[in-house]
Design a protein around this ligand. Structure first.
Ligand code: MG
Length: 162
């Protein structure tokens, strides 16, 4: 078994789509970033890479690489799941939290789970929570959105993992 943790935050700006968990959410602002800036996908990716002991998301998908400009983070997650399988691991469980003062995300969580399942994270092994930050800090002021994840991976055979 391996545990991994992931955290990501991006700034909310005008003129960008808001994409969370691969789902486009109607809102007057979106997250700024090199890719689609999907903080939930990025936190999940970082938790998986962490559990694999393979560094971090920036090492595998550098924002200096034009290849990842405006990339779909669902595609980055798919690539991460493929890497995890090559290492001989499967996801046992993911728990995640999105921190956003607005918009209300509860109505979109089922759609996020469906979208994430297309990237190799089945609906039955992920929990997604959404919270506000009670008006405090950068999230509370609506300057950005963050996400936090833990994942548990299980090695699927008896081979050495190193
Ligand atoms: Mg990010």
């Amino acid at each position: 078994m391996r545990i991994g943790t992931g955290y990501d935050s991006h700034r909310l700006v005008e003129g960008r789509k808001l994409i969370l968990g691969g789902v486009e959410i109607p809102f007057e602002k979106g997250l700024q970033g090199h890719s689609d800036a999907d903080v939930l996908c990025h936190a999940i990716i970082d938790s998986i890479i962490g559990a694999l002991g393979l560094g971090d998301i920036g090492k595998h998908f550098p924002d200096t690489d034009a290849k990842w400009r405006d990339a779909s983070s669902i595609a980055l997650l798919s690539t991460t799941v493929e890497m995890m399988r090559r290492e001989g691991f499967e996801v046992t469980w993911i728990d995640s939290v999105i921190f956003a003062e607005s918009p209300k995300l509860q109505p979109f969580i089922q759609a996020m789970k469906e979208r994430l399942s297309s990237a190799g994270i089945p609906q039955g092994i992920i929990n997604i929570k959404a919270k506000t930050n009670e008006g405090m800090g950068f999230i509370g002021r609506g300057e950005g959105i963050a996400a936090q994840t833990v994942c548990l991976l299980k090695h699927n055979n008896n081979r050495s993992t190193n």
